[in-house]
Design a protein around this ligand. Structure first.
Ligand code: ADE
Length: 247
């Protein structure tokens, strides 16, 4: 999968995504993450990419043309000509607090794309016309306002990348984890058996796999009911499990 991040701060994005699991997946050729500097596509000699908003108001706006040229260059590099009406254009996500809230479901859906463009806004926003022309998805990472789209883009790249086949090692399984079936993950324990007077639940030491699985499932349901009851509405539960919750 190829991520193309259009940004005024490519160093921030590249450094942030070069470590640990994502960095290794890049080295192994499972992912490519390219941060493209929008400023390289400025069309005036001062290399400015922002201007005052028509109608007045505080702050500066990112102009349409540098963003469009940057997007065009990324498409051409990926073998997509914008002059060809038949060519399948990549999905372009604009990171904005006005977007749909990012979720595991959205990450799963986007992990199926071959190319994904992420556009990071800055200053007081972006000229609406370029958004209308290139953006396919508006995504927010939560109800708060950040200074730019870089951190949200990094959050998205991380969450999507770990779903790309081969990115996670066997010992860091994505098979059961929080949000699978809309349930939170069960509690986990490692050595020693007693720490600060706290014991590992005895069932986990029993070696009885069926009972362990049953206990884990129950713990997931209990945790979700306690911490995120809103998720339970969408959770996939058996009739017996629903009854257990109602008691
Ligand atoms: N840009 C600024 N704040 C943001 C947020 N919460 N989510 C996505 N992009 C943003």
């Amino acid at each position: 999968m190829n991520f193309h991040i259009l940004t005024l701060f490519p160093d921030m994005v590249e450094q942030g995504l070069n470590t640990s699991i994502i960095g290794r997946a890049k080295d192994r050729g499972l992912l490519s993450i390219e941060a493209v500097n929008i400023r390289d596509y400025a069309f005036n000699k001062h290399q400015s990419v922002d201007d005052y908003p028509y109608g007045g108001g505080a702050g500066m706006l990112m102009q349409a043309e540098p963003i469009y040229q940057c997007y065009k260059a990324v498409c051409e590099k990926a073998g997509i000509s914008l002059d060809d009406p038949q060519a399948k254009r990549p999905r372009v996500v604009y990171l904005s607090p006005q977007g749909e809230t990012f979720s595991q479901k959205m990450a799963e859906e986007l992990a199926g794309e071959e190319e994904l463009v992420l556009l990071c806004g800055h200053y007081e926003g972006v000229d609406e016309r370029v958004l209308e022309e290139i953006v396919t998805d508006y995504v927010s990472i939560g109800d708060y306002v950040l200074t730019g789209g870089e951190l949200p883009a990094m959050v998205m790249v991380d969450a999507i990348s770990r779903l790309v086949p081969g990115v996670l090692h066997n010992d860091v399984s994505a098979e059961f984890e929080s949000f699978q079936d809309n349930l939170l993950e069960y509690p986990q324990y490692s050595r020693p058996e007693t720490w600060h007077g706290k014991q590992v639940p005895p069932i986990l030491l029993s070696g009885h796999h069926a009972n362990i699985e049953k206990w884990r499932r129950e713990q997931s349901i209990i945790r979700t009911a306690q911490k995120r009851p809103d998720l339970l509405k969408e959770a996939v539960l058996t009739e017996k499990e629903r009854k257990f919750l109602d008691e």
